[in-house]
Design a protein around this ligand. Sequence first.
Ligand code: ATP
Ligand code: MG
Length: 393
Amino acid sequence: MTLKAPHEVVIRFHEIALKGKNRPVFIRQLVDNVRRATAGIGVKNVWAGRLLVRVSLEETADWNVVRERISRVFGAVKFAPSYRTELSYDEIAKTVSSIAADRPFKSFRISAHRADKAFPLTSYELNVKLGDMVKVQTGARVDLKNPDLDIRLDIMLREAFVWADEYPADGGLPVGTGGRVTVLMSGGIDSPVATWRMMRRGCRATLVHFHSFPLVEGRSREKAQELAGLLNAYQYDTRLYLVPFANIQQRVILTVPGPLRVVAYRRFMIRVAEAIGRREGAKALVTGESLGQVSSQTLQNMATVGEVATMPVLRPLVGMDKEEIIEQSQHIGTFDTSILPDEDCCTLFVPKSPSTAVHSEQIAAYEEEMDIPQMVADAVGGAELFEYHFPPA
Ligand code: ATP
Ligand code: MG
């Protein structure tokens, strides 16, 4: 007998993080997010238990799709497909037997748990009886400590659930519980990872991308749109602002000496992103900077750039190295898009070795020659807005 698609998915969340009086808020958001993430793929119902969220599936549901969708819901730590059976020993035994027949294993254990103590067999009796059956069926031995296969059994009030496989999810907190941030998202590897890490802490992210079109041809606008679509799978609704940066750059080139230009560009990006963020109700800005990665990301330059912000500037990758960031970007699914060639707008008219220590007094002198509020307002006014919703239509 081959194993059929599971009837239900049991999702476990991070108990510790969800403790306290806000617990119901977190759980409600988690349930909402699971509903949203699994819309249109044969999910019947989603509801919360005390320590888990349950998802019931139509018979037609494609387990691989369900699995992929649930694995992206922040707050979920692990999840297990499970099989519902009638409350009779024979029916339970049939399901246990089909799970055991589905795969090779040398050792196993049965872990029964009775939520309803009225069931005629105790958990211990179930473990022994079913264990004997599986031994005879497969020749495998019982190992209580470190089995290849752990067949778990939940005896509920009206039904029983049998399950054996558990899949990891990313943990974190449900998106929507942490407030809104505005992310400065380039088309590179780092800032999409920074976005993901903030979403994983429960934040909703509004994305702001600066492009130098038509100063440079280049795919950065398309890349930003593609990345926004990918990241949207984690937060279900996303707004992306594509901001024209060419005018600001031309003005900076005329005013600011080469070695200081990257920092000057970045200060403008921060100002524009903050103006957009304020409109969006964001509480912080986020960048993909990591300390010392490139010359513009020295502590001094970060300080000089961050200084023009009135909101906190969060840098979730600050202590990570490139290897770790690349690994995460592959895990998230943004890597392949991030490495597509494009022209980074900040390399325009910048010398090969820009200054690693630009102080604010140095740059402020040049900034006085520019009408900053007007330049920022023009950039914000010229921004194009793109919206993404999950699942994509
Ligand atoms: P990334 O991989 O995110 O591009 P990076 O290592 O290439 O980062 P920089 O190019 O120095 O680093 O950029 C530092 C940060 O500044 C980026 O992570 C991003 O937050 C922001 N940034 C840079 N260019 C842009 C842009 N064109 N639009 C929006 N934000 C940008
Ligand atoms: Mg970059």
